[in-house]
Design a protein around this ligand. Structure first.
Ligand SMILES: *Cc1c(COP(=O)(O)O)cnc(C)c1O
Length: 395
């Protein structure tokens, strides 16, 4: 049998310590490795496979589009792009959309739009307030926006134009705002930075601060969009209407697509301002349209809410048995389990052995983020595997 691990060390840049599993196939919440062993996949490609692996609606959309038209560039009109644009705009508080290929790229586009808006409406200010423990992507500007030292130190000089404040503290936003400030960019719930949930009125207070000071509110919904928190978009959960949102991860259901959307107030981009060769191509848009339509038509966010709530309750129960669990927090199908010791790596490999895939962020926190179509039975099975893995990892 081919040794894929040694091929990786020979040929691929070592930018990540992979789990020692070669995944070859997926179906719903389950994946299989090259030895035929099956796993419950509660990572979902990092909150991407929102309607499960190999969902027939995505497969069929890709197959039919692939045999018709893949790519034309934005020099022409294409139908899947406009169908997806209509679907997203008609189901959100935003009015216009632009498609790109990833989350970082969506955020870059949102920043360009914001800076131009500032030049037109605010005599040129361009500073954007972002939060510590945020995660906005890996391009240089997004490294600057992402206020975590581990994502910045090695890449100095870092682009300027971002100011950092503590998440969930409106007073710091008020203090940091000055005449150069043009926007505030936040995740509705910080995901990679540790599953941090703000107080229920935080985003509302930020929005009214933006309105009072003529600033734009940008919500990075790359992780939270498309149902992850139990609503189609995270902003709905907090009852605010942002000026700009960015999407990626769950938007394509597995194909690489990103988007930024804005309301009429922020709709300032003109011909020549922005572009993308692959952005909005027919293939990814057809897949994304099928996935997004499935999410809306089947009320998948409601399943994320109920099964996610059940999952959180089961994890809370495990706290009674395993004192090493110091916190369980999350909304919908984005749940973090925190430990009082750095057992995450050891726990992950015990989970792998038991056939459960989870994601680690930090040394003492694991994220549960299954497909939003996950069932209670699958959660029960995962909890049992996790329980056994904890017995092994905590000693
Ligand atoms: C993953 C993520 C990004 C970056 O997305 P990429 O597709 O990896 O560029 C940006 N923001 C948030 C909130 C994310 O979770």
């Amino acid at each position: 049998m081919t040794d894929w691990r040694s091929k990786e060390s020979k040929y691929y840049m070592k930018v990540v310590n992979r789990q020692s599993i070669v995944i070859v196939k997926g179906d719903g919440t389950r994946v299989w490795d090259d030895q035929g062993k099956d796993y419950l996949d509660f990572t979902a490609g990092w909150a991407v496979n929102n309607i499960g692996h190999a969902n027939p609606v995505i497969t069929e959309a890709i197959q039919s589009q692939a045999s018709t038209l893949l790519q034309t560039s934005n020099q022409f009109f294409t139908i899947p792009q406009l169908q997806l644009a209509e679907l997203l705009v008609e189901n959100s508080c935003l009015d216009k959309v632009f498609f790109c290929n990833s989350g970082a790229e969506a955020n870059e586009g949102a920043i360009k739009l914001t800076r131009k808006w500032g030049k037109i409406n605010r005599q040129g200010p361009g500073q954007i307030i972002t939060a510590y423990k945020s995660f906005h992507g890996r391009t240089m500007n997004m490294v600057a926006a992402t206020a975590q030292p581990k994502y910045q130190e090695a890449w100095a000089p870092i682009p300027t134009g971002f100011i950092h404040v503590d998440f969930d503290d409106i007073s710091q936003i008020k203090e940091a705002t000055n005449e150069d400030t043009v926007a505030i960019m936040l995740e509705p719930v910080q995901s990679e930075g540790g599953v941090n949930i703000p107080s229920s009125d935080y985003l509302k207070m930020v929005k009214s601060w933006c309105d009072q000071n003529n600033l734009l509110l940008i919500l990075d919904e790359v992780s939270t969009g498309l149902g992850r928190l139990g609503k189609l978009f995270g902003y709905q959960l907090f009852d605010v209407e942002p000026d700009v949102i960015t999407l990626a991860k769950g938007l394509g259901g597995g194909v690489p697509i990103g988007a930024f959307l804005c309301n009429e107030r922020a709709n300032v981009l003109e011909p020549g301002d922005h572009g993308s060769t692959f952005g909005g191509n027919a293939l990814t848009c057809a897949a994304s349209e099928a996935s997004t339509r499935f999410i809306i038509d089947n009320n998948v966010p409601a399943n994320a809410e109920t099964v996610g709530g059940y999952m959180k309750a089961q994890l809370d129960n495990l706290r009674l048995k395993h004192e090493i669990i110091s916190d369980v927090r999350g909304i919908g199908c984005l749940i973090g389990v925190e430990f009082s010791a750095d057992i995450a790596a050891k726990l992950l490999s015990a989970c792998n052995d038991n056939g459960l895939l989870l994601n680690v962020t930090g040394t003492n926190l694991v994220r549960w983020m299954p497909p939003l179509t996950v069932t209670k039975q699958e959660v029960d099975e995962a909890i049992e595997k996790f329980d056994k893995a904890l017995d092994i990892a905590k000693v």
